[in-house]
Write a new protein. Structure first.
Length: 84
């Protein structure tokens, strides 16, 4: 129940960003099939969240790709700072 209040697309934390995410879904063809396309995408997200919850119960604290993505973002920020 708490995810109902806390879930939102990653990087979409205000109405402008949510609209941008809607454009991304449109360009990826997710919304081209209307409600059926949205439901297929939502099912994929739901399965993924379920897999993460199962993995966490099995001892996985943080998926490696999460750490990798954060490390990459930090590296990019360092590169920007160094070249500024």
């Amino acid at each position: 129940m708490i995810r109902r209040f806390s879930f939102e697309p990653v990087g979409a934390y205000n109405e402008t960003q949510r609209g941008d995410f809607g454009v991304v879904m449109e360009r990826l063809g997710i919304t081209g099939a209307g409600e059926a396309g949205l439901m297929r995408y939502a099912e994929q997200i739901g399965r993924f969240e379920g897999q993460l919850l199962w993995a966490r119960r099995q001892g996985l604290k943080v998926p490696a790709y999460v750490v990798d993505a954060l490390r990459h973002a930090a590296h990019l920020a360092d590169t920007r700072t160094a070249s500024a």
